[in-house]
Design a binder for this molecule. Sequence first.
Ligand code: MN
Length: 328
Amino acid sequence: MSDNELSPIAQALHDAKSVAIFTHARPDPDAIGSQVGAALMLAALGKQVYVMCLPPIPQPLQFLLNMLPGSCIEYTPEKAANISVDRILVVDTSARQQLEPATAFLESSASKVLILDHHISGDLRHDLIYRDTSAAACVEIVAKLGGILGVAFSKNMATALLAGLVGDTGWFRFDSVTPRTHEIAAKLLDAGASPSELWGRLMQSERKSKLVLLSHAVGHISFYARDRIAAMELSNQDIAEANAETWETEGLIDIPMMVESVVCSVFLSETPEGKIRASLRSKHTVDVNAVCREFGGGGHARAAGCRLPGPLSSARDALVKALERKLG
Ligand SMILES: [Mn+2]
């Protein structure tokens, strides 16, 4: 997509006096980085900005929200109804399922909704959308938007955007990384963002419970299809015994990928309601987005997710069967 396809959204934000910014539930560094980066830019342009959160927020991401002039607002239908804004900006998703419990509110405000997304698919109603699947992270789009709006990057803006960039690219190692990704990173470093500070904040800020959870997860790995598929699972009991929060399961899915034969990793965890949240990753050959779409989810070709009914064992069997079909 060319810059001029982003211009209508830039114009709509330029014209707005007040903007509420949403991102997906179970936010990652790109979600919060896009939200905070966009919020700081719009605030610099004199807009009234409301950053809306869908808790829980992973503790390692809290420092990004702390850079906001005000605090983020935990979404409830009552609070949303009390905030009157000219525009609603949704970043890093366009999928109704990922915006629960705010989906109904967003759909009822669809004529105000502007979406910036880099995922393949989405079904949220909107006024304007800019979807660029070639962007390695949504923050690439937010950075481009800042350029169109003529914002000079502050250190905090640059830090928020770099957090998204390193988060979605696995610190610049995924196939999605392009020369443009590094060009944006160079601009962010120029503006004062520090990779070493970010590494400490994002990668060395976990609680002890994370490591206990990791040991439970590693204890529950099973292998299929001649060790090409690894499935890891955590029950509500595992999470409770580790004294962990649900957001602390983040990143565990990458552990089985260290095994040479594993081309696809599946991570399953029970939700408090007894549903099963599944994340899938692949090294190559398997399009896990296609697999997750069979179950009503989605994402990217190499990283996707979906929800299934319980129990864990039947969700695992269903996903493994679908993956085996793809692997052939
Ligand atoms: Mn993203």
